[in-house]
Design a protein around this ligand. Structure first.
Ligand SMILES: [Fe+2]
Length: 197
């Protein structure tokens, strides 16, 4: 399998398996193969990601999948709808899928971004895929759920409700370089003149 077929054709990407609840309202499931995760990192580097612009007031060491290839973003958007959404509905049966708000790779490295302060996301459901594991520290931590992703394997996804209940942080990196994919699922949009309950 070549890298072009992987990135532009989404070939060899998917890894299926059962979804489980690993902490209060935190779902974990296999999603990508480790090989595909490595290819996505390479694609991000080849696309010139992780290099903050000099004039950016908040430099981020990140790159959107859409900046790598719109086809990749579209494939992930469809895949989240086809595989993750039915899985999370086992626990959150009433959520509807409205596509992705964004999906981007973040890099943590010493001397660059080394941690991420406690926050919650502005999305409906958030997900994170661990793309590599050859680093120390930098666990994604959910204090209210008493959960970290330290034991989550490469290519597994964890998903959580984005707002209010699931503040999270990335603990300080100790060594190596961490790559992870953050996925924000779009909030339901208010339709003018239609009241929903
Ligand atoms: Fe977040």
């Amino acid at each position: 399998m070549g890298n072009l077929e992987a990135i532009l054709g989404y070939q060899g990407a998917q890894r299926d398996g059962e979804a489980t609840l690993v902490a209060p309202d935190v779902v974990q499931m296999p999603f990508w193969t480790p090989e595909f995760c490595a290819t996505v990192i390479q694609a991000g580097l080849a696309a010139g990601g992780f290099s903050p612009q000099d004039d950016d007031p908040v430099p981020g060491y990140e790159i959107s999948l859409a900046a790598i290839a719109p086809r990749l973003f579209e494939a992930v958007e469809n895949d989240i709808g086809m595989r993750m959404w039915p899985a999370i509905r086992q626990w959150w049966p009433l959520v509807d899928y409205h596509g992705l708000r964004d999906a981007f790779i973040i890099r943590y490295a010493m001397g660059e971004q080394e941690e991420l302060r406690m926050h919650h996301d502005v999305a409906q459901v958030s997900a994170s895929i661990k793309l590599n594991s050859d680093y120390e520290g930098a666990e994604l931590e959910f204090p209210r759920q008493n959960f970290t992703n330290a034991d989550v394997p490469v290519g597994d996804l964890i998903a959580w409700p984005s707002l209010v209940t699931h503040p999270h942080a990335s603990r300080p990196l100790k060594s190596g370089v961490k790559y992870s994919l953050t996925i924000w699922c779009e909030l339901p949009m208010a339709i003018e003149g239609v009241r929903s309950y």
